[in-house]
Design a protein around this ligand. Structure first.
Ligand code: PHE
Length: 346
């Protein structure tokens, strides 16, 4: 009898169960009317009086541990069932936060969108360039300050290729892409080149060593300054609204003649004067001009037959005006609290 009690006790102690039905079978086997415990108690009558005390205690312990075990397993199973039955599978899931496009990408896409509506195509080129495409073919004299170490990040000075000396550098403007376009295709050419450019500047609220440009080029017979003016006016109105005022100021670029810079009336103060427009009511947004005949000839385009205009703008500058966010550094830090404020369909 002692062995039987011990075996049953081990069975109770080790018992595990997954379902309420199995637990009920277990309960009946141990505690039911014909169960092990009742059987043990009826055999208990035959136990000798000296052993009654010891055996009685063992059987009672077995009974109590079976009762405890069953109630413990029942509460575990109930809890599990509650959890499963409390899940409402028809509820919508936790939403995944949707990212937003970077404000610089939004503005770049806006610019691209406006010019593609005018029939411009998009061209791209390498960020690591040679001196020819960034400077020489664009009519920069050999001692022009833009070639200086102060402005340009050089990768390799005096890189020698087929007996010619080339500097390898990070492009300082995307005009280099347009040189490649002129070399590789025949007029009419009507293209814009969006891209990242690099200038060796100390980073501040107003300047950064990396920024983005969209430059444009149109070459055909009889392209005039009036075409340039009208194209840029259309752009400014599409970008900033019908009420924007624009003006062209004479300027100088080695690759255009005549050259100009375009200002728009300051959107921050409405032209009254603020620190963004340096208190004169106008903000410069781009450089432009008629492509210098030397540039056309450098790229094997007949300058007697063809004329063209070019322009180039900084995407960050346009974004500053559009979003009225003046610290350039915010566009580069990628703080999601800043970025998530910009939503766009483009
Ligand atoms: N490439 C000039 C710049 O980087 C912009 C420009 C482009 C000016 C075309 C005139 C014509 O600032």
């Amino acid at each position: 009898m002692l062995d039987r009690i011990k075996k049953l006790r081990t069975e109770v102690d080790n018992y595990q169960v997954d379902s309420i039905d199995d637990l009920e079978i277990f309960r009946i086997r141990f505690l039911g009317k014909k169960g092990f415990i009742v059987n043990l108690f009826s055999d208990f009558k035959k136990v000798s009086p000296e052993q009654k005390r010891e055996y009685g205690k063992l059987i009672n312990d077995l009974k109590n541990s079976a009762i405890e075990k069953i109630s413990h397993l029942k509460s575990v199973l109930d809890e599990k069932n509650d959890f499963v039955s409390n899940i409402d599978l028809s509820l919508p899931g936790d939403p995944l936060p949707v990212g937003s496009r970077h404000p610089i990408s939004i503005v770049r896409n806006n610019i691209i969108d406006i010019f593609t509506r005018l029939g411009f195509s998009i061209s791209e080129g390498p960020e690591i360039e040679d001196d020819d495409h960034v400077f020489s073919k664009l009519n920069f004299p050999p001692d022009h300050p833009a070639r200086d170490m102060q402005d340009t990040f050089f990768i390799e000075k005096g890189h020698s290729e087929s007996a010619k000396n080339h500097d390898i550098l990070l492009r300082t403007h995307t005009s280099s892409v347009q040189v490649r376009d002129m070399e590789n295709s025949k007029p009419p050419i009507r293209t814009i080149s969006p891209g990242r450019v690099f200038r060796n500047e100390a980073i501040s609220a107003r300047a950064h060593c990396i920024f983005h440009q969209v430059e444009g080029l149109y070459i055909d017979t009889n392209v005039s300054f009036a075409d340039l003016k009208q194209t840029l006016l259309y752009f400014a109105r599409e970008m900033f609204g019908e009420d924007i005022s624009t003006r062209l100021r004479p300027s100088y670029f080695p690759f255009t003649e005549p050259s100009a810079e375009m200002d728009v009336s300051c959107l921050i103060c409405g032209g009254k004067g603020c620190n963004v427009c340096k208190h004169n009511g106008w903000v410069e947004i781009l450089g432009c001009g008629m492509v210098d005949p030397n540039v056309l000839e450098n790229c094997n385009i007949n300058s007697k037959k063809y004329t063209g205009f070019a322009f180039g703008m900084g995407v960050e500058r346009i974004a500053q005006l559009k979003y009225k966010v003046n610290d350039l550094r915010l566009y580069f830090e990628n703080d999601v609290r800043f970025l998530s404020q910009f939503r766009s369909s483009i």
